[in-house]
Design a protein around this ligand. Sequence first.
Ligand SMILES: C[S@@+](CC[C@H](N)C(=O)[O-])C[C@H]1O[C@@H](n2cnc3c(N)ncnc32)[C@H](O)[C@@H]1O
Length: 432
Amino acid sequence: MTPAARISAAIEVLQDIVERRRPASDSLKDWGLSRRFAGSKDRAAIASLVYDALRRKASSGYAMASETPRALVLGMLAGLRGLGVAEIAELCSGENHAPEPLSDDETALLTAFSVEGAPEWVQADVPEWLWPSFRAGLGEVAIAEGEALAARAPIDLRVNRLKAGRDAVLNDLAHLEPEQGPWSPDALRFQPGHDGRGPSLQTEPGFFAGAFEIQDEGSQLVTLLAGARPGQTVIDLCAGAGGKTLALAALMANRGSLYATDLDSRRLAPLHDRLARSGAGIVEVRIPRSRGHEPFADIAGQVDLVLVDAPCTGSGTWRRNPDAKWRVRPGALAERIKDQAEVLARAARLVKPGGRIAYITCSVLPEENDEAIRAFLAKHASFSAIAPIDVLRGAESDFSLLARFATTHGLQLSPRRTGTDGFYLACLTRNA
Ligand SMILES: C[S@@+](CC[C@H](N)C(=O)[O-])C[C@H]1O[C@@H](n2cnc3c(N)ncnc32)[C@H](O)[C@@H]1O
């Protein structure tokens, strides 16, 4: 397919997303299945165009005075990809599956492309209903934070200390030009290419050998700071596919007991292969038999660390999933706040006196972060929040520079602040 035909395809996919209110991944998959002539490179390029258009949906719509799929794609080409109006006009020839030629209005809007005077939520590309909360969480610079969350994300990997050293992995992947991650000693980073795609790390021999896992550096950092130590008893209560379980096993140097579970046992399925690859021998996966069943009743009140990687809106991961930004509904935030209270209360029953709960979200919204901790502390007098500065002091490496990202009870990371996804961590201790 020509670059112009890919743009037409992206407009078509966006039309399907809007008309049928479908997740972008579903529309892209169907498009690919029904257009067998499109190769994998075409499909990847079209997906990249669609996701880039979604990143800047509000600002492109404003600058183009329209939110039609065509306006969003044209606006994205100018606003995000930096194409000049002449280049866009050349792509829009109307011939050989290229988009129709630009109208006079489109030419004028693309020439003057600007979001000046737009409401703040538009400039930040954040849903209007979420803006007050986003602004409260990120303060004066919230527009710049929104812009950073609307940019493309790099791909990070975590070197698996159980299987390899950082230098060996750096060496093995030298052909892909890795950079050292900005914070974690275990993190390597790959910048996305011009088309938004990164290297396919999952086909590298080192990946199959378990030398590394793909994991955003923010996720690595909050796990590092959770405070797991070799020899401890640790539960990963919301383990999902186990990204943090694997990191915990490495931090514990494969010594102690590490348990993983999830309310939704289907989410744990990929963990078994990942565990085998990683060499994490201390992990026991426990599956709840029914809702309300506690698979850790036998060790309740005896656990050193309970990691609560809580279900949340995912607002900190909008760089990786721009579709989710516009799909999240107000009801979902209220639901997640209820889930967070429930899972924290459960963690409180498991942790021992003097032990710790590490509460994590991939969100930048205060309702799911400091507010959730405030509500928990109000109901659990036997717990106190550990001051963020003390959480940093307890880490194995010097993370003191992160102290400026402290909130009332925790630490807030974000693409603009730390160059990572937007993660929140608060540590609580059960008073002895
Ligand atoms: C943010 S995801 C976990 C991601 C995972 N820890 C990782 O690092 O890849 C949150 C998980 O919490 C689970 N969950 C939701 N409510 C829960 C509850 N009450 N108890 C335990 N897990 C819960 C969800 O099924 C989901 O898998």
